[in-house]
Design a protein around this ligand. Sequence first.
Ligand code: KIV
Length: 272
Amino acid sequence: MLQLNKNYKRVTTNSLQEIKSKGDKISMLTAYDYTLAKIIDKAGIDIILVGDSASNVMAGHETTLPITLDQMIYHASSVVRAVERALVVVDMPFGTYQGNSKEALYSAIRIMKETGGHSIKLEGGSEIIDSVNRILSAGIPVMGHLGLTPQSIYKFGTYTVRAKEEEEANKLIADSKMLEDAGCFAIVLEKIPAKLAQKIASNLTIPVIGIGAGNKVDGQVLVLHDMLGMNHEFNPRFLRRYLNLYEDISKGVKQYISDVRNSDFPNKNEQY
Ligand code: KIV
């Protein structure tokens, strides 16, 4: 299993296409800093997403809306310095591409120039297609993001499953095709019915990466801090926790406090 996509020394958008064509699966996780990006890159992850979920995970905001372009650039450049193999995708933050396509291109160029990232991701379909086209025309690879798009949370009003009704499902199918036809190299589908995600993945030639979209797509993405079990509060059905780092870190820190209080740390071997 770990050997799956190991033959790629450096994952590119072409490698992802190849992985899909072979019927293999693409692994993707978020990272926002140098240290964790280094670990997951060495572990063999295919794509590292510098997600705007940094707004929640790193900065403690309730939504992804407040994070700025400068803050995303800071996170992304830290990640890029660590990565040797994975394809790095950087989220365009809210307000940097929806207004007009010129501003979208300017924001995307800043991300590419100032971070060294390999591609950008933005949320939405037909509403932002002018921005997608303009960014693509500058030679910048674009990943789409449809379904639950957290930057539109105040329009949706809730984080529940999207596209359960036919009208929304049909728009999603049309948007995914539009993004593929425009030239996007992949699409993330977030929190939609598994059957719909399967239909979209089989309709498209580009890879479809799911989060809460079942396993009949071409790959999976999770927020790193969630899958490492670093928080207890976020419990969606799609989340599988592979570790319980909240407990492990808390245990380690409690032991340290106790050792310091008891003058057990440092001992003779830990001093000069
Ligand atoms: O920002 C993010 O972490 C994301 C993933 C949930 C796909 O967009």
